[in-house]
Design a protein around this ligand. Structure first.
Ligand code: LLP
Length: 405
């Protein structure tokens, strides 16, 4: 079985032991389909190689489905949140506040107050203005400084977050100035955090980052700040072509050898949930314009924005025929030329067939919208031979609720 637990059996695609054709007979397309086994395995790849005082804080922005968050709580993960909404949702899913970190470049005073009142593990402070707000709180929450490491991953410019001129974090120099300006009596600075960027394929970058944070942590300690953890962010790549795997356990083992006296925190999003999920869609029709042949499907950029926004290429197959066919562009129904899953797919498909768009578990549903007044799709969880709805399909009435009063 492939690591993502999708497998063709006599030309028919299965997820775990469930035939996707049977799901399609019951659930209207498009829908997101997730594998419980894959989610659990990716959690274990992280958690089985850390110490009990270390934390794997799943980055909720990748996918915030309540029922997926509940699985992650059970698997012992903590959470990296970036808004009041995400914070409230992980609490609703049963997360222990002591296993939550709060990142984000523009947290409001009320978001900071909520995090402080809940007593979360760490507020990851990204600027001097944020620190000033925290000092005004009645409590003295645990905080970490988010360092902009000025590092470059080989990734799309929109998901670069670690270069000097990105909006995220603060330079090492600015962090040191703040650590000098405010003593341990004013602030409770207990950690340093950084995120290199997303889709990082070279795991040595994490070692470089760790070294950077370690030497800065020593300087902070010399200034009287009791640093207890280093957080090296998330960003480990997945292979969207599904040929190689970037095994999180390899990364964690490598990092753990070097962490020294500090507790280790990681903030993976994509590498936990991307390949556990896919988007299942139906071929509405096939047409030819100019030199191109198009397969028009009933999922669009509002369901999975990554190809339109980042030119991301997600592998696509026919759930009932894993054979080569003709060369097509696969496009959605949205009124935008950018509503395309890409060109030059070699696939056999006809009207009414169902296609599967892989690796859509991360930044799929969480970046979805109602553009063109399209309804948000349902989300289905497979576990062995069973499947269940973990998010209902949106109805037209749902879309009116906040306007028709
Ligand atoms: N920690 C921080 C501070 C982050 O900014 C991010 C992602 C993560 C953790 C998780 O990164 P991951 O392990 O998922 O790569 N929408 C884009 C990705 C944006 C990621 C932003 N920050 C995409 O679809 O590729």
């Amino acid at each position: 079985m492939r690591p993502d637990n999708f497998i063709y059996n006599e030309g028919r695609l299965f997820l775990e032991n469930t035939s996707i054709e049977t799901v399609v007979q019951e659930i209207p397309t498009p829908f997101f389909l997730y594998s419980n086994a894959t989610i659990e395995a990716s959690c274990e790849a992280y958690t089985s190689n850390i110490d009990s005082s270390d934390l794997v804080c799943y980055s909720v922005k990748a996918n915030n489905n309540l029922n997926i968050l509940k699985i992650l709580v059970k698997k012992g993960l903590g959470f990296d949140v970036v808004s009041e909404g995400e914070l409230k949702k992980v609490i609703k899913a049963g997360a222990d506040p002591k296993r939550i970190v709060f990142s984000g470049v523009g947290k409001t005073f009320s978001e900071l107050k909520l995090a402080a009142d809940l007593g979360i593990y760490s507020i990851n402070v990204e600027s001097a203005f944020e620190l000033e707000k925290i000092i005004k709180l009645e409590t003295k929450p645990r905080i970490s400084f988010r360092i902009n490491p000025d590092m470059e991953g080989d990734t799309h410019p929109y998901i670069e977050t670690g270069k000097a001129d990105c909006k995220f974090g603060m330079s090492e120099e600015d962090a040191l100035l703040l650590a000098k300006k405010f003593s341990n009596k004013d602030i409770n600075l207990v950690g340093l955090t950084a995120h290199i960027g997303s889709q990082i394929t070279d795991t040595n970058l994490y070692l470089d980052l760790l070294k950077k944070l370690q030497s800065l942590a020593e300087e902070m300690e010399n200034l009287g700040h009791p640093i207890d953890h280093l957080d090296i962010g998330g960003g480990l790549a997945i292979d969207y072509e599904m040929q190689t795997s970037f095994d999180p356990s390899e990364l964690v083992k490598k990092i753990k050898k070097e962490t020294g006296k500090y507790d280790l925190l990681l903030e993976p999003g994509r590498s936990i949930i991307a390949q556990a999920g896919a988007l299942v869609t139906e071929v509405i029709g096939i047409k030819e314009n100019g030199q191109r042949k198009f397969i028009v499907v009933n999922a669009g950029m509002n369901d999975l924005m990554r190809p339109s926004l980042y030119n991301a290429r997600h592998k696509i197959e026919n759930i009932s025929a894993n054979e080569d066919g003709e060369t097509y562009s696969i496009v959605g129904p949205v009124c935008e030329t950018a509503d395309s899953f890409g060109d030059d797919f070699v696939i056999s498909a006809k009207e009414g067939d169902n296609l599967i768009i892989y690796s859509a578990g991360a930044y799929g549903s969480s970046m979805g919208s109602n553009y063109n007044l399209r309804l948000r799709p349902s989300e289905i969880l497979v576990s062995g031979t069973e499947f269940s709805t973990i998010r209902k399909a949106e109805s037209f009435e749902d879309t009116l609720k906040l306007e028709d009063f």
